[in-house]
Design a protein around this ligand. Sequence first.
Ligand SMILES: [Ca+2]
Ligand SMILES: [Ca+2]
Ligand SMILES: [Zn+2]
Ligand SMILES: [Zn+2]
Length: 460
Amino acid sequence: MNKPRCGVPDKEIDLNTAVVNISANLQQSKEVRRRKRHLAALVSKSRRKRDLGETGYMAFSKKVLKWRLIGEGYSSQLTVEEQRYIFRLAFRMWSEVSPLEFVEDTRSPLEDIDIRLGFGTGRHLGCNQRFDGTGQEFAHAWFLGDIHFDDDEHFTAPNAGSGISLLKVAVHEIGHVLGLPHIYRPGSIMQPSYLPHESVFEMDWMDRKAIQHLYGGCKGRFNTVFDWIRREKTPYGEVVIRFNTYFMRDGWYWLYENRNNRTRYGDPVALQIGWRGVPLDGVDACVHVWSRKRDAVYFFRGTQFWRYDSENDGVFTQDPEGHRYPRLISEGFPGVPSPIDTAFYDRRDSHIYFFKNRLVYAFDVEANSLARGFPKNIRDVFPPVVSGDHPDGNIDAAYFSYTHNAIFLLKGARFWQVVGSRDRWRWLFLPRNGLLPHKEVDQHWFDICNVHPTALKLTR
Ligand SMILES: [Ca+2]
Ligand SMILES: [Ca+2]
Ligand SMILES: [Zn+2]
Ligand SMILES: [Zn+2]
């Protein structure tokens, strides 16, 4: 029996080699690049010329792409709303792991739509490749263009438990449109044969690497980054400490799973969903004061700050000490200016470090006042290890990572790691709190990718 399969041909190209090259060798040779371009030409019968992407490999040259389910191409098996919902989800999955954003466009002239999707049977939609009835080919895609689904197949919604998952097929075909070949690796969404699946599926590591090889990693400035510590009970009654890292940008956030070194499936999420009561369009900083005596989470924005009630999952209007929120920063943290650029709590000395322009204000939480000698110049507190390699001030975020046991300063797409005591035992010449040479954020924290605001989840 022939298993249901995608209709995009492989030809004689050794795809395994191409795929290995995608993962193992980002600096690929001209030879491989030429071969892959050839592959792209084979996969494509693109009707329109498109720009070559930055990588030299055929790919969309813009980051925001429009898609539409065309009116004459609705499926007879699912409601139009279901179909559009599934496609929105499929595009969203690619935008979660690449710098691309997708927006459904039901108004512009058809020729302005980058990706057009439609269902048909046999001869369909003016396409030059017929569908083959029930079984075998379930869909095909034209490189950088159209996606057709064989409506003689039994397409179903996610979690239906039977039939062929339209979501899975759509994610696969979109992968082709974006420039990916078949990937012969268990778990990859780009395998040519349809495999019945568990109710939830995620983008495989290889799929992420493959799309980022074409379009690059996700870059962008963050409003703030912080670790949130939670005491949780395991099913065996054991108390464990978990720390997740949160990255915030404008009105949304990502939860970074340090264990898996990637963001949570389905992120980003609107702030209003995860952090009830904090300013909807973003915060300047978040600080988790976590010591034997205290466990308090604060959000800072402008001249004000809020305390977060993790028990009730929302900001306090009044906290157990009787303070009402929002409060003025100048009231809660005397001596600290506002607005601030960012702040973090250092558990080792129980100080909150506030940053503004080029100055650092260390605040002694127990004494409720600035530490002696502060404010200080950021270069005096965090001197560069390599002269000249320093953010200088106006940083976006600073956070103490419990996973890395290190402080990080972020500015734009770059970050600087602060030398820890361990590093100084090994390399005696390193200055205390020195900033190691910068690196790119997307090389250290993977897949923190924007989705188009229209695809932003407003419910959990
Ligand atoms: Ca078929
Ligand atoms: Ca900030
Ligand atoms: Zn395929
Ligand atoms: Zn077709």
